[in-house]
Design a protein around this ligand. Structure first.
Ligand SMILES: Nc1nc2c(ncn2[C@@H]2O[C@H](COP(=O)(O)OP(=O)(O)OP(=O)(O)O)[C@@H](O)[C@H]2O)c(=O)[nH]1
Ligand SMILES: [Mg+2]
Length: 471
């Protein structure tokens, strides 16, 4: 049945971390994990696939419920030990419909089909004789097998367990699904492959695929962060209506819109990064980005490169003569520094006769070009919030994205709690060295000016990769 790929079946007592181990090995946070014993009711498998090719399957099974009685059934029907695997098959066949051995049948199904046994125990609770029946039942299959000691609590009974497990299993390994890094997962796969030489090439290939996949996830994360940073740095909110007067209320609304959008972009980016890492169910939160003065008053530079005052709002306006020259020029725009408040400026664009009003940001970011013929009205106003001109913005946004990405990429898929990240805005100060700060400041300008985008993007991704790929 399992012709060219191995199947590994995680079995054991209820509540010992079988599903947690499956979760972390399969990079899947949808596996049912719970502190209530008996959470897993049905056997489920998780294939590791590269393209369409299955490299191995991992089975998550319910814990034993009636091991002692199941063993008596087997012993009652025992003929010779050579017949053990046949009798185990018969046990599964004949008790399929019984409610007494529901869990046993579920967990033995993939084993009688030839799956390798991975027996999971908790090293923080002592070995007791009741486990003996489970191990003996498993040995009746004659299948390749090994044991994993997962230390759930703080107490340590590992040595006692080792003594007992060594009687039944040639391979005994310690593994903690809550904090196992890639390296430890690869080592566990080596142990899997040691159960049967025929699986070596399949497992080697799987290991390579996991390493490759891991690199790819880091790259995709950095790319995702880059896209969001670029979008955020260049983002503007522009009034859609040209009015003669913009009230203070309007100004606040545009400003609020701008802030809300940036926060939304960041949240979306975090969701995307979580998806890259297979944390699809994770409910994460991060302290909100604060658009405070203090945040932007920090000086991140050694040589004044970044020491510039903060502008959240750039005034935008342009006047242009409609006609032969088209949008011949854009009027010089003043940049106003607002240390404390974010303010909107209004600008006037008047040209006698027919007026074409359009906006463009003075720093050359020309994405927003909107022309409206207004007829004979002489003066009209347009409002724009953004793009963020403060140099600190790229550091702070990047540091937040890095903090989140590291938390996600190191998070075990076995965890089921929410993730709440507290932020320390000053961490941006220490996260980057001087060279990186200069590079980031340059990248920030390039992004805003829509200049050297390819090179800036590559450089930015390189810096982010260096910061997130810490394992
Ligand atoms: N701290 C800690 N908790 C763990 C560890 N492994 C499992 N747990 C917790 O132990 C509980 C049981 O884990 P599961 O993975 O659901 O156990 P199971 O063996 O699949 O349980 P059943 O499906 O009920 O047989 C869950 O609350 C897990 O979060 C560990 O290594 N450390
Ligand atoms: Mg389970």
């Amino acid at each position: 049945m399992y012709d060219n790929y191995p199947s590994f079946v995680l079995v054991g007592h209820p509540n010992k971390g079988k599903s947690s181990i499956v979760s972390t090995l399969a990079y899947d946070d949808s596996v049912e994990v719970s502190d209530i014993p008996g959470e897993t009711k049905k056997t489920k498998y998780h294939p590791l696939k590269v393209g369409d090719k299955i490299l191995y399957k991992i089975y998550d099974t319910p814990g034993f419920e009636n091991a002692k009685r199941a063993l008596s059934w087997l012993e009652k029907n025992e003929t010779t030990s050579r017949e053990h695997s046949k009798i185990l098959k018969r046990f599964v066949e004949e008790n399929k419909k019984s409610s007494e051995f529901k869990e046993e049948i579920e967990l033995l199904n993939p084993i009688v089909d030839g799956g390798a046994i991975i027996y999971v125990v908790d090293g923080s609770t002592p070995y007791k004789e009741e486990y003996e029946a489970e191990m003996r039942i498993l040995s009746w299959s004659g299948n390749p097998s090994m044991a994993i000691i997962n230390k759930i609590g703080n107490k340590d009974y590992t040595n006692g367990w080792k003594n007992a497990l060594n009687q039944h299993f040639k391979i005994v390994r310690e593994f903690n699904p809550m904090n196992a890094k890639l390296d430890e997962k690869l080592k566990l796969l080596d142990a899997f492959s040691a159960m049967n030489q025929d699986w070596e090439s399949s497992i080697d290939y799987a290991k390579e695929a996991l390493i490759h996949n891991n690199d790819k996830m880091f790259y995709n994360t950095a790319k995702m962060i880059e896209e969001n940073i670029r979008k955020s740095i260049t983002y503007t909110v522009t009034s859609s209506l040209i009015k003669t007067d913009i009230t203070d209320k309007d100004k606040i609304n545009y400003e609020e819109q701008y802030k809300k959008d940036l926060i939304r972009f960041e949240k979306n980016n975090q969701k995307n990064v979580q998806t890259i890492w297979g944390h699809n169910r994770l409910d994460s939160s991060m302290e909100k980005f604060k658009f405070s003065d203090e945040l932007f008053s920090g000086d991140f530079s050694k040589d004044g490169l970044i020491k510039k005052s903060f502008i959240i709002v750039s005034s935008v306006a342009s006047a242009s003569l409609a006609g032969a020259t088209g949008f011949a020029f854009s009027a010089p725009t003043s940049f106003l520094d607002f240390g404390a408040t974010t303010t909107l400026t209004t600008t006037l664009s008047t040209v006698g006769g027919a007026v074409v009003g359009f906006t463009t940001s003075a720093i050359g970011y020309n994405k927003f070009i909107n022309s409206t013929t207004i007829g004979k009205i002489f003066s009209k106003k347009r409002f724009q919030v953004g793009p963020m001109k403060n140099y600190n913005f790229i550091f702070i946004l990047s540091a937040r994205a890095i903090q989140h990405a590291v938390a996600i990429s190191t998070r075990s898929h076995a965890k089921r709690d929410n993730m709440n990240l507290n932020t320390n805005e000053n961490s941006a100060e220490n996260l980057f060295d001087d060279t990186e700060k200069k590079e980031l400041a340059k990248i920030s300008v390039n992004f805003r000016k829509d200049k050297n985008i390819k090179k800036s993007t590559e450089k930015y991704i390189e810096i982010i990769m260096k910061k997130i790929k810490i394992i």
